[in-house]
Design a protein around this ligand. Structure first.
Ligand SMILES: CC(C)(COP(=O)(O)OP(=O)(O)OC[C@H]1O[C@@H](n2cnc3c(N)ncnc32)[C@H](O)[C@@H]1OP(=O)(O)O)[C@@H](O)C(=O)NCCC(=O)NCCS
Length: 172
């Protein structure tokens, strides 16, 4: 899917503050269907908003927000940034999801591409950790040629280990 001006086609653009409510509604549908995120945040609007350095985009389709992606600086718990070459600039893709009712229209691919292009523009390589059981997301990254870096475990709480797979955007 490409960004387009046609009203009937999904369009990807920067997330506005007033998109957060619609993003939370879509996220609730995703959580109900796929269990993503595994732990429903106590304040989902804040969870989606990210920090001051976050850049975020939404996909709109049929007059409503149906997808979301964010690009953030590496955090202490992110594994993928530690797996690319020493000194390499990286940016982390985060909070990627598409409303179950809008799946299979290349919206996830368009959102991911938008985030990866922004990372490139910043002189960084986009990387991400994905929970291994998020099979649709894993299929998406593999299909788009993202480089599998490694499998790892993340500690999400006392005694709560989660298997993740780490990817980097295709080399230029
Ligand atoms: C992953 C997700 C964003 C994909 O959204 P989408 O808009 O349906 O994906 P696309 O239509 O862009 O799919 C692009 C390609 O990915 C692959 N793919 C996507 N979903 C798939 C699935 N369920 N099974 C197999 N392959 C899949 C396909 O190869 C597809 O291309 P093709 O249809 O031409 O073969 C969506 O399933 C989702 O929101 N999942 C739950 C949230 C999540 O796990 N997020 C990951 C956070 S790291």
């Amino acid at each position: 899917m490409r960004e387009t001006n046609s009203a009937s086609e999904p369009q990807v653009g920067p997330r506005g503050d007033d998109d957060i409510g619609a993003c939370v509604a879509a996220l609730a549908a995703v959580h109900a269907k796929d269990g993503y995120p595994i732990n429903w945040p106590s304040d989902p609007g804040r969870w989606l908003a990210g920090g001051p350095d976050a850049a975020a985009w939404v996909a709109q389709w049929g007059g409503r927000v149906v997808g979301h992606v964010m690009l953030v600086r590496p955090g202490a718990d992110d594994v993928a940034p530690t797996l690319v070459g020493a000194g390499a600039e990286v940016a982390v893709v985060s909070r990627l999801f598409v409303d179950p009712a809008a799946r299979g229209h290349r919206i996830g691919a368009a959102l991911l591409d938008r985030a990866a292009r922004e990372a490139e523009r910043m002189g960084a390589r986009a990387v991400l950790d994905v929970v291994a059981t998020d099979t649709a997301a894993v299929a998406l990254y593999e299909r788009l040629g993202w480089e599998f870096l490694a499998s790892a475990q993340q500690e999400w709480g006392p005694g709560e280990l989660v298997d993740v797979r780490c990817y980097a955007a295709p080399p230029e």
